[in-house]
Design a protein around this ligand. Structure first.
Ligand code: LER
Ligand code: MN
Length: 272
């Protein structure tokens, strides 16, 4: 397994669940100094820094791009894949498609989290799932052509009413014809929804493509009450060799949250 830390390049969302908040150059340097293998980016859209800057910074700092988040489409523009309006759904799809292409330049998958939206507000559950199916088939095909995966993230009940639990999301993906979509195990969301984190990981094993490594209170791993030993054992059992990516609140500040994460990651992967 490999370590990864989130960088937000959207200052207006300060206080959100991302660890590093400086400009791209400073954040990449910090990630490298702390010993992270990769960074996950949360950006306003399909670019980061000046043209060419991201590639140079990744190389200079020995970092990979672990993933790119697409949530800005929802939080900055209000778009989602299950919006009642066909035009908004189209904008959401176009935005994610651009983010897939952006991530793929660095072999990184895009994450669909809050862009999945919810049913209600005039959209039945059946219609919302139809829209989500169509979008994942289409976007999965785009990801596949770009030789990357597309990551779908089940969220807790306060953020979506589509899929909150891993086994339901895995069953849903099994019904799709695209093979490009994997699941994101965000331990914060799972702590709210699952009976047992380790069992949920084992059940959906073959689907897991990314992990948000965070604690029960959305602080850095080790600052809440998740017991990481059984979680790590389950990830090892399913043969997971992807990223443990810190998507957590910058509490008490970015530096301490990043240090706490890498220390917990090292403890958790000692025998890796
Ligand atoms: C995104 O990775 C996530 O976990 C969501 O909670 C964002 O709202
Ligand atoms: Mn997440």
């Amino acid at each position: 397994m490999k370590s990864c830390v989130t960088i937000s390049l959207v200052p207006s969302l300060q206080g959100g669940p991302w660890i590093l908040w400086d400009d791209l150059t400073t954040s990449c340097r910090k990630a490298n100094e702390l010993g992270f293998d990769a960074v996950e980016l949360f950006t306003e859209g399909p670019s980061a820094g000046d043209p060419g800057e991201l590639g140079t910074l990744l190389e200079e700092n020995g970092l990979a791009l672990g993933a790119v988040g697409t949530g800005a489409g929802k939080v900055l523009h209000g778009w989602s894949l299950t919006d009642p309006g066909a035009e908004i759904r189209q904008k959401a799809k176009r935005f994610i498609s651009e983010m897939i292409t952006f991530g793929a330049m660095f072999d990184a998958p895009a994450i669909i989290g809050s862009m999945q939206g919810s049913h209600g507000n005039g959209v039945s559950r059946g219609d919302a799932l139809k829209y989500l199916t169509e979008a994942l088939e289409e976007l999965g095909e785009i990801a596949s052509k770009a030789s990357v995966k597309l990551i779908y993230e089940p969220l807790n009940r306060y953020e979506t009413n589509l899929f909150n639990r891993f086994n339901e999301a895995a069953e849903f993906l099994d019904g799709l014809s695209t093979m490009a979509v994997t699941l994101l195990a965000d331990l914060f969301h799972m702590n709210i929804e699952e009976t047992c984190l380790a069992d949920a990981i084992r059940t959906a094993g073959s689907h897991i493509g990314h992990v948000h490594f965070v604690d029960s209170n959305r602080r850095a791993a080790g600052m809440g009450h998740i017991d990481y030993q059984p979680v790590m054992a389950a990830l090892a059992e399913i043969g997971y060799d992807g990223y443990l990516c810190a998507e957590a609140l910058p509490y008490p500040d970015s530096q301490q949250a990043a240090e706490q994460t890498i220390n917990c990651y090292r403890q958790c992967t000692l025998s890796d």
